[in-house]
Each structure stands twice: as C-alpha cells, then as structure tokens.
Ligand binder design. Structure first.
Ligand code: ATP
Ligand code: MG
Length: 444
C-alpha cells in the first residue's frame, strides 16, 4: 500500500469531488511487486483547485499543471517529501523534439494516451483497490513487453528522450521491446542528438548502473543509439588485438565481455572506466614489421579521450577525474610485482585503487585469464593492512630546517627520499630517520 500521506492526498481530492488516481511508474512498480521510487498523483482537479485544497502546495510546472504537495517524509530522519499532483492533460504539438508547445486539461483517458509506454500508462485507485487501464498496459506488463502508446514512430518523433527511456526501461524492468516500437526506435535513433547532454547522461547512467547493464549495452549498440551518443564505442568493433593476450576477439568484444563480468552493484566510475579503458586502441593501433600488434600510449591517450567524452556528456569533475585516473593507470598493473615497496604503497594508496583493482580483474578475466597480479595485490593489501599504506613521515620540512637543512627544491627531494625509505620499511622511528639523514651526502 502507498504511504498514508499519499492516501490522504487522494482522499482529500476525491472528497472534494474530483477524480484522483496514482499514475505512471508507481502503478507499474506496484503491480510488479517492486517498491516504487515515488508516487505521482493525477487528478481531474485544476491546478488552482489543488493549491486551494493543500496548504503549502506549490506550482512547479505551471505550464503543465503540476503542483507539489508537502507530505511527511517516509524515511527515518523525518522531514518532508513533495508529492507531485498533476492535472489530467493532453499534450499539444511538439516542436523542439522534447516538450509539447502547450498542454490542455483533459480526462484520465487522454492523460494515459500522452504517456510514453503502455506499462507507464496505468492508473491505480488504492482507496477503491482498482486499476484503471486505458492503454492495455496490464497485458503488456504481464508479458514483460515494452510498447509505445499509440503510433510508436510518432511518439519517438515527438519527444526524442523516449528513445533512451525505452532502452532504460527494457533494461531495468527486464522487458522485451515490442516489434513496432523497436522498428520505430531504430528508425529514429539518430535524432537523440536533439536531447540535452544532461538528460542523455542521466538515462545512460540509470541503464549502466543497473545489474542488467549488458542487455542495455547490447540494445544501445543494436538500436543505433550508441552510435549517436558514444560513437567511440562503436569504433572499437573490428579492432584486432594480439591473439596470445586477447583470445576473446577484438576490442569491442573484450570491452563488452568486461561490462558483463562486473559485479551487479558496481559503481558508476568503474563502469565508465570499463567502457572507456581501451577507447584509444583504434587511434593507436600499429603493426610491427614482424606482424605484432601494438597500441602504444593507448592508456594516456585513452585518459584524454575519456575526459573529452565525459565532458561532452556533462559528467561532474569528480567522476571525470576518477575515470581518467583509472584509464590512465590500467596498464601499470602488469608491473606491480616488480615495483619497489614505496612505489607499490603509493600506487595502492590512490583513491581509485579499489575500483582499479576490479577493472584489472575483469580485464584479465575477459582476456588471457591470468590473475597473478591481482592475487599479488590482494596478498599485499593483507600484508599492509595493520598500518596505513602511507604512514605520516617521521620528519617534516620544519624538522629538517631545524636540523640545519636549507629550504628549497633540494629539501623537497630529500623529504621524498626519506619518506620512501620509511615506506620501504628501512626507518621505523624518528631516531632512525635522523640517523638516515646524517648518512646522506651533504648537498649544500
Ligand atoms: P522511474 O521514476 O522509475 O524512472 P517512471 O515511469 O515513474 O519511472 P518518470 O520519469 O518518473 O518515470 O515519469 C512518470 C510518468 O510520467 C511515466 O511513468 C510516464 O507515464 C510519464 N512520462 C515521463 N516522461 C515521459 C515522456 N518523456 N513522455 C511521455 N510520458 C512520460
Ligand atoms: Mg517516477
């Protein structure tokens, strides 16, 4: 059952003589036995009537007749949620490929018809325990079918965001896409470029962070939407790799397999790093005289390309920094067993290390299968676990100056070597640090 605060809103509207129903995603989720993210109310009451009935109600999408009504929050901390109450409406013509030029208020039947997919077009009156289905959404829900309401081609032409929403719902609900809907989606795929980068990014993120992300990835590629939003991924197709390292196939096949090998709950930066870790392989491909394939510098160029791609999609700086760090570092893992302890500790102390380790694991699993570096790092993590990876230096710059060292770049270098020696396990206390210093050749 929906929370009491939502039921109260429905009851109040109905008692005032209006029709009031739950609409859209919450009805779909309820019928699927899932916990709805939020509850949306649709009503015959006009926006000003809604505002008169609820104290503190605010108009948010006046143009569309949407009012938000405050309700006690459902979480433990208390506070306040805002429930959207929208007047039944019909959408006028769409001119910008995203929003209707105008709307007019109407009834539940027309309101269902303006919605995107049949499973999103259902209403629910929890007070009367009744589902109202003007779009045959219930049958599609039972069959696990995503179908555009009305004429699919027209619906995608009106609002191009629906193209990506279709793939996101197919992915997160695990639904098949009905044939006509699919054909229309493929026909209109290139038009996604009308939609703002922010909205594209949000839909991509919701699709990619879902455990069913591999299905979403395949749908993106097969529909042509990947070509429109991330052509760099499609360019990985057919890029040959050395078969002894990559028996699985080309760069696209490898990247796709990795996406499928991630843990269901993988974090977004890791997922993006998987997608982009080899993004510069097409640009850096070369073949030696003896026929050996190389991708010289694909990690560095890859980090640059990843930054450009993620900036284009308006990702936040923190995500971009993390993804680029992972892309740039992904080849270092082959050297970890040869590293000095100080270098290794610094490598392992980086903020992205846990995600990188996972990137490396799936990189190996989906190519040569050799996990020795991964195992080595896990063992090292255990070995180092009893103290911080980077313990504070025994002496700082001020200490060194008090000991007679001159300020300047030499001092910085000396401090770094001193800390290295500490990280190597050669210095265990302040006295040993001073001893170590006294043994260094005097440079000034
Ligand atoms: P979720 O909240 O889980 O993402 P949802 O179905 O609730 O899924 P919302 O974006 O919250 O999606 O939208 C609520 C409802 O509004 C949808 O179920 C659908 O009926 C309608 N809707 C949303 N966006 C569109 C759109 N672009 N075109 C047509 N109808 C839409
Ligand atoms: Mg919703």
């Amino acid at each position: 059952m929906p929370p009491a605060s939502v039921l109260n809103i429905l009851q109040r509207l109905q008692q005032a003589g209006h029709e009031a129903l739950l609409a859209g995603g919450c009805v779909r989720d309820h019928l699927m036995g899932r916990q709805p993210k939020d509850y949306d109310v649709a009503t015959s009451a006009k926006p000003d009537e809604v505002q008169r009935l609820f104290r503190g109600a605010r108009a948010v999408g006046e143009h569309f007749g949407v009012i938000v009504v405050p309700a006690p929050a459902q979480n433990q901390e208390g506070g306040q949620d805002w429930i959207e109450v929208a007047t039944f409406r019909c959408d006028g013509p769409y001119l910008d490929g995203r929003h209707p030029q105008e709307v007019s208020f109407s009834d539940a039947k027309h309101d269902a018809q303006r919605r995107d997919f049949t499973v999103n077009g259902l209403f629910w009156d929890p007070l009367r325990d009744e589902i109202i289905d003007h779009v045959e959404g219930r049958a599609d829900l039972h069959q696990g079918l995503l179908r555009a309401i009305g004429e699919a081609s027209q619906r995608f032409a009106e609002d191009k965001l629906r193209l990506l929403r279709a793939l996101r719902f197919a992915t997160t609900l695990g639904f098949r896409i009905e044939q006509k809907t699919w054909q229309a989606l493929v026909a209109h795929a290139a038009e996604i470029s009308c939609v703002s980068a922010e909205r594209i990014r949000d839909e991509l993120c919701r699709l990619l962070t879902h455990p069913n992300r591999l299905r979403g990835f395949d749908l993106l590629c097969e529909s042509g939407l990947m070509q429109a939003v991330l052509p760099e991924i499609m360019a990985l197709r057919g890029v040959e790799q050395p078969p002894q390292w990559h028996p699985e196939g080309d760069v696209f096949v490898h990247t796709r397999l990795m996406l499928g090998a991630l843990q269901p709950e993988a974090h977004l930066p890791l997922i993006l790093a998987v997608l982009l870790h080899d993004i510069a392989k097409p640009a850096t491909f070369s073949r030696d005289e003896d026929g050996r394939i190389r991708f010289h510098g694909h990690d560095k160029l890859g980090a640059q390309m990843a930054a450009e791609i993620l900036r284009r999609l308006r990702f936040d700086n923190e995500t971009i920094t993390q993804v680029c760090a992972m892309v740039e570092a992904h080849m270092i893992f082959k050297d970890v067993q040869k590293m000095r302890q100080s270098t290794l500790r610094r490598f392992m102390a980086r903020e992205t290390h846990a995600m990188e380790l996972e990137l490396h694991r799936v990189d190996c699993l989906c190519s040569n299968g050799l996990l020795d570096n991964h195992r080595f790092l896990l063992a090292k993590a255990e070995e180092f676990a009893h103290q911080p990876l980077l313990p504070a230096p025994w002496l700082n710059g001020r200490d060194l100056m008090a000991l007679g060292h001159q300020p300047g770049p030499m001092l910085g270098a000396l401090l770094r070597r001193l800390h290295d020696a500490q990280l190597e396990g050669l210095i265990e206390n302040r006295e040993q640090a001073i001893e170590w210093l006294n043994k260094q050749p005097q440079s000034d």
